[in-house]
Write a protein that binds this ligand. Structure first.
Ligand SMILES: Cc1cc2nc3c(=O)[nH]c(=O)nc-3n(C[C@H](O)[C@H](O)[C@H](O)COP(=O)(O)O)c2cc1C
Length: 353
């Protein structure tokens, strides 16, 4: 359940951030009554933001993380079995942590939200952003951006059923496509969502149709923040460096940012953003530090779901490889691991320090 230490009634002190043309005040992020603090958090990442990734991010400086998206009907069908234990797995260390839902029918959304609350998530996040074919064809994720009435019915019903002290938040893309009708629908949902009591909206500034083609549209984030006024907006899109995280906040006026692809294989980005904000030099992780964190993530798997350790760390190792001086060789080495012995050998061979 919500960690009482994250609940405060007084607004926290501002954090000073440096900017190329002078210091700027960076407001600490709040989601409803949860004091998140530094406004650079880890996004929900399907296939990635499992418990070990989230714990690593938290230990390395992310003040808030979100579980990968789960489909409402899947949540409702989950039984207490060892094989599925890694789904919806959270521990005390990671509060506050968000659970994110995707679905098509308002009533399933409601039932699944209750389950996420009972599991102990501190925030319930509704996904109206997923652009993948299976989601959109199943009338889930980004599909809802084209049907404001149903979208708002889901939001209102979820907000009603989730206990008042638990914030409900929303993730959106910037509309279905670039048409003016889509834009109107986006702002109708945004306004209705805030009216319904949503604590924050995260906008990935690409359209559903756009998927990942072309850059994200930060001008659109400026427009969203102007519209939202003092209501909380988080930005998403093309945040691959600590500097980009601060730039998005400064240039668009959003209240915080969610780091997605930029955090896969680079959990140091959160501390780097903090360091940059306080005028310190950014340090890149040396080999000893890279090895320490890779091993930490592997060990976290061993603690609760050892059967997933190798396959998952193969995927993550490949993402860490670009930080190595010999990225291609290290990538290839991680790509072939099949056993615990292979894992040990890759670290021994390539991360000797
Ligand atoms: C592999 C992958 C998985 C993602 N999974 C989710 C998810 O579960 N929920 C969600 O809201 N967004 C998800 N996203 C979208 C990201 O959170 C983010 O909005 C998007 O990638 C834009 O940010 P970026 O350009 O900095 O990566 C995912 C993106 C990627 C690349």
């Amino acid at each position: 359940m919500t960690n009482p230490s994250t609940l405060t009634s007084n607004p926290p002190a501002p954090i000073l951030s440096s900017r190329r043309d002078g210091p700027l005040e960076l407001k600490p992020l709040r989601l409803g009554n949860i004091d998140v603090g530094f406004p650079v958090v880890q996004a929900a990442l399907s296939g990635y933001s499992d418990w070990p990734m989230r714990i690593v991010a938290r230990r390395l400086g992310a003040p808030y993380t979100i579980h990968e998206v789960v489909i409402d009907q899947f949540v409702l069908s989950l039984k207490d079995r060892d094989k599925t234990k890694h789904h919806l797995f959270i521990t005390d260390e990671e509060h506050p942590v968000g659970g994110q839902l995707m679905g098509s029918e308002p009533d399933d959304f409601v039932a699944a939200s209750e389950k996420l609350v009972n599991v102990g998530f501190d925030v319930i996040d509704i996904n109206f952003g997923c652009p993948v074919k299976s989601a959109v064809n199943g009338c889930r994720g980004g599909y809802h951006l084209g049907q404001p009435d149903i979208a708002l019915e889901i939001i209102r019903k979820v907000r009603e059923i989730v206990p008042h002290e638990i914030p409900v938040t929303l993730k959106m893309r910037g509309g279905i496509d670039d048409s003016s009708q889509s834009k109107d629908q986006f702002f109708a949902i945004l306004e209705g969502a805030y009216d319904a009591g949503i604590a924050s909206v995260t906008v990935h500034a690409r359209t559903v149709e756009q998927k990942y083609i072309g850059p994200s549209n930060w001008d659109f984030l400026c427009e969203v923040k102007r519209f939202a006024g003092d209501r909380t907006v988080l930005g998403s899109g093309d945040l691959f460096t600590a500097q980009a995280c601060l730039d998005m906040i400064h240039e668009t006026g959003v209240d915080g940012v969610t780091v997605a692809r930029g955090a896969i294989g680079n959990p140091w980005i959160f501390q780097q953003a903090k360091d940059l904000a306080s005028g310190k030099e950014i340090t890149l992780p040396d080999l000893t530090e890279q090895k320490r964190v890779l091993q930490m993530q592997y060990d976290l798997h061993l603690e609760y779901f050892p059967q997933k350790a190798i396959s998952t760390m193969r995927k993550f190792g490949i993402k860490f490889a670009p930080l190595h001086a010999q990225p291609v060789e290290v990538r290839n080495a991680f790509a072939t691991i099949k056993t615990a012995e292979d894992w040990k050998n890759v670290l021994k061979q390539w991360y000797r320090s």
